[in-house]
Design a protein around this ligand. Structure first.
Ligand code: AMP
Length: 181
């Protein structure tokens, strides 16, 4: 399936074209329409099959045009490790290069002061590991009330690594009207 057929905006199609992608991979073909309909989704695919773009591309479409308020991110991608979080952010930056959307990476081992400053500026896509997210939330640096879309990336690994209590705490802070991927 060609990306034009999903109804993504031209600026996203241009970014995709610049990546050299000719057509959607199987997971993208199935997931993009579901995410665009604002439905919840569980996706399973091997690494290297374009899984990240399968949620990042339609998220950009859904979020485009809106604006984040200070300390109130509009979407959240939870990742089990800082490496995976950095990869998800790289994907977002690549595909959202023509949008006026911004992202912030909240992972352990980086300056809390810097991360707090980024949150103050307003963040459309917050990409975080659970521990650092809860830490900043407890310090009052993040309000979760405006999160419309939440993604648990590599959910199986997240559960294997013992993140269930943290994920439960985070989900209690999210609005009940939201999309979960
Ligand atoms: P992932 O499974 O998300 O780790 O993606 C693996 C690699 O596939 C990344 O380097 C992407 O840039 C690339 N990729 C994602 N979507 C496509 C596509 N539709 N066609 C070709 N490559 C893609």
């Amino acid at each position: 399936m060609r990306f034009e057929e999903f109804g993504l905006r031209p600026s996203i199609l241009k970014a995709i074209e610049e990546c050299g992608y000719e057509k959607a991979t199987p997971i993208q073909e199935k997931s993009i329409p579901i995410v665009l309909m604002m439905r919840d989704m569980i996706g399973l695919a091997q690494t290297g099959t374009g899984k990240t773009a399968s949620f990042v591309l339609p998220m950009i479409e859904v979020l485009a045009g809106g604006q984040a308020k200070a300390r109130m991110p509009r979407s959240l991608i939870l990742c089990p490790t800082r490496e995976l979080a950095a990869q998800a952010e790289d994907n977002f930056v690549k595909y959202a290069k023509y949008e006026s959307l911004n992202s912030a990476l909240l992972v352990g081992g980086e300056s809390v002061a810097e991360q707090t400053k980024m949150l103050e500026r307003g963040v459309d896509v917050l990409i975080a590991t659970p521990g650092r997210l809860l830490d900043l939330q407890e310090r009052g640096a993040i309000l979760m009330n405006d999160i419309q879309i939440v993604v648990i990336d590599e959910a199986d690994r997240m559960l294997d690594m013992g993140f269930i209590p943290d994920i439960e705490k985070i989900f209690k802070l999210l609005p009940s009207m939201r999309q979960t991927l």
